[in-house]
Every structure is written in C-alpha cells, then in structure tokens.
Design a protein around this ligand. Structure first.
Ligand code: SAH
Ligand code: SF4
Length: 342
C-alpha cells in the first residue's frame, strides 16, 4: 500500500481500533492494548508495542500509521510559554503550551489558516489552506505531551482556525482527548467566532466542554467588520443561540472581547454590551490585543482603560482580563500564522 493511502490510527477511538484488530482476526483486548499505547503511553511507533505480536504490528503498519506530524521548531518565551511549529505533510501549523501556576494548558489549532479573516488576527490574515483531520488535531496534543515532563491538564481550541467550520473533526478530537486520553471535559474549551449552524449542533450534542464566543463588540454593524462572518451569522441570532445553549446545557458561556484602542472600548460600547448580554448566564474575558504584522494598524487599549471597561461590566457580569502569555515569541492569542517555506 502506498504511504499516501494509509490511514492514521490516531483520531480513532478504542471501539474503532477494536474493529480494526478484529479485521485481522484478533481479540478485542488487543484493540484496547493498542489504544493504551497510543493515548496513555504516547507511543510514536508500532515497534514499541511490546505486548502486541510482531505479526499484528507488521500487518497494522502496512495499512496504518500513527503520526504524520512532527515538531520542526520550538520557541521558548521567558514566561515559560512554548510554541511549537508542527509540520503535517506540506502544511505547518502552530500550537502552544502555556504553563500557569496550577495548570499546563495546550492551545491547539483546527485549521491551517482561517477563512473568517478577522482583521486584527494574524491567522486570519495568513489565508486558509485546509481543515485539519481529527488525527492531526489530536496529534498536536500528543506531540506536545511527549515533549513535556508535566501532564497537560487543560486544552483550549484557540490556536489557528475556526473550530466550528471544521465541526466533525473538532468534535471527534474533543471526544478522543476526553475519553481516550483522559482530559476532563470541563478542562476543554472551544473558542468560536460564532458560526450559527455549528452552535445549533453543539447545543444538541450536550457535551459539557466550555464554550467561548469571540464577540468583540455588541454592535451589529461594527461586528460585520471585526468578525466578517457576522454578515451571514448575525449577532442577534448568535445571542439567541447563546441563551438557548445556557438553558439547554446548564453551562455558563464565556464571551471574549478583544480590546482595540478607540474602536470597541468606549463607555457606550460597555453599556451596549451590558444591554445585549442581559439575562445570559455568562462570564466576560477581556483580551488585550496582541500586536501582529498587518497593514491595518490595530492597537491594544491601554491597561488603565481596560480596567475601567472591566469595572463597568463587573457590576453585571463576572469579568476578567486575560493575561497574555508568550507575546515576545508571537505565541499569544491571534499571533499564530502559517509559516511559509519550511
Ligand atoms: N477562531 C476562533 C479560535 C481561535 S482565535 C475564535 O475566533 O474564537 C482565539 C482567540 O484569540 C479569539 O477570541 C480571537 O478573537 C483572539 N484574537 C485573535 N487575534 C488576536 C490578537 N491579535 N490579539 C489578541 N487576541 C486575538
Ligand atoms: Fe479566524 Fe479566530 Fe483569527 Fe477570526 S480570530 S481570523 S475566527 S482564528
């Protein structure tokens, strides 16, 4: 079988792996053993699977592979953030490990680039190449875990791409990371620009991960500019679905709001936000804008003004200001992009 026609075993759950080993006339428990090698022991080749017969390992490796991704560059920031450049065949993506006091959080990508094209985001400006497969999304986690002495405790889908525009692969990867790797579902956060169709599906899935909506403004007109999918996914309908999400899942929702100097940070903007979010059980996360290279010059709101904005909102909703990590190596929110020519 040609290399290209092989499939990755990563991205398949234990039941699927059991079906595969059964097709080789093996017993169910062999599938469980293989799943354990992949998702618990983070093995990167069939050779290491010492309790699996050589014959089965050989047969498997004729049809399947484990990783098509590899880390080709690592950048360490002084605050401990580590950014990995990962190559999948001809594409590269970036993923980041963020060390906090009690958590190690992996920030992973779902697409190579992004089609949403928010003008303040480096990913959006670097164009769109393709969706990542469920395997490639899970591989980012496994590759970073292999590099790290500490166990990764949290996962945020806040790297490159719009998760809900790659819905099936994103959800499959969440299920694998939760059920097979053992990351608590409440330690997994998906951040979305607010794709209505995807939101409707999420409500039906009733999975208990955290949902973060990149709102950035409560003004319909302005959102058309800041989050261009708003033209086809209007704020009004998005907020209706957010209410429905809270009602049906009993979960609180997070709204992310990037602070852009003199653009969406006035007192009137804060008042409008309060008015629009009234009645939604939520938490607001204000994100200082991280610098990117772009022709449009967005600047972050100064911290004293962000604090003022926060104080206004705090009377109505729990509101926090995100501490940006990894800025010096372009590893922070919105700074991840496609790197050409590697
Ligand atoms: N596409 C998804 C997830 C990836 S972006 C989304 O938009 O939600 C993750 C977060 O980083 C989003 O809230 C996004 O708006 C924010 N972001 C993008 N560019 C940024 C920048 N330059 N500085 C700070 N945050 C940024
Ligand atoms: Fe895409 Fe999110 Fe960046 Fe917008 S902020 S361009 S949706 S990655």
């Amino acid at each position: 079988m040609k290399e290209k026609e092989k499939e990755s075993l990563i991205g398949k759950d234990t039941n699927e792996i059991i079906e595969i080993v059964k097709s080789f006339n093996e017993k169910d428990y062999r599938g469980k053993q293989i799943s354990k090698w992949i998702y618990q022991k983070f093995t990167d080749n069939f050779e290491n699977m010492s309790d699996i017969s050589k014959d089965l390992r050989n047969e498997l490796s004729k049809k399947y592979y484990l990783y098509n991704g590899q880390i080709i560059k690592t950048s360490n920031s002084d605050d401990g953030t580590i950014k990995y450049l990962i190559k999948f065949n001809n594409d590269t993506i970036e993923a980041v490990n963020i060390f906090q006091k009690y958590h190690l959080t992996a920030c992973i990508s779902t697409q190579v680039g992004c089609n949403v094209k928010c003008p303040f985001c480096a990913t959006g400006l670097s164009g769109f190449r393709k969706n990542l497969s469920a395997s490639e999304i899970v591989q980012q986690f496994l590759l970073m875990q292999r590099e790290s002495k500490e166990r990764i405790s949290n996962i945020v889908y806040m790297g490159m791409g719009e998760p809900l525009l790659n819905y099936d692969n994103t959800i499959k990867s969440v299920k694998i990371l939760n059920k097979e790797v053992g990351i608590g579902i409440r330690n997994i956060t998906i951040s979305t620009s607010g794709i209505l169709k995807g939101m409707e599906k999420i409500i039906k899935e009733n999975l208990q991960f955290n949902l973060a909506i990149s709102l950035h403004t409560a003004d319909e007109e302005q959102r058309n500019k800041l989050v261009p999918i708003n033209k086809n996914n209007p704020l009004k309908d998005l907020l209706f679905l957010c209410k429905k999400y809270v009602q049906e899942t009993n979960r609180r929702i997070t709204f992310e709001y990037v602070m852009l100097n003199n653009i969406n940070d006035s007192i009137d903007h804060a008042k409008l936000l309060i008015e629009k979010l009234k009645g939604i059980h939520c938490h607001i996360n204000l994100i200082p804008h991280n610098k990117i290279y772009s022709s449009e010059n967005y600047e972050s709101t100064p911290m004293n003004k962000i604090k003022l904005f926060k104080d206004i909102l705090s009377e109505y909703f729990p509101t926090t200001i995100r501490v940006s990590r990894g800025r010096e190596k372009d590893s922070a929110c919105g700074q991840l992009r496609i790197i050409q020519g590697v």
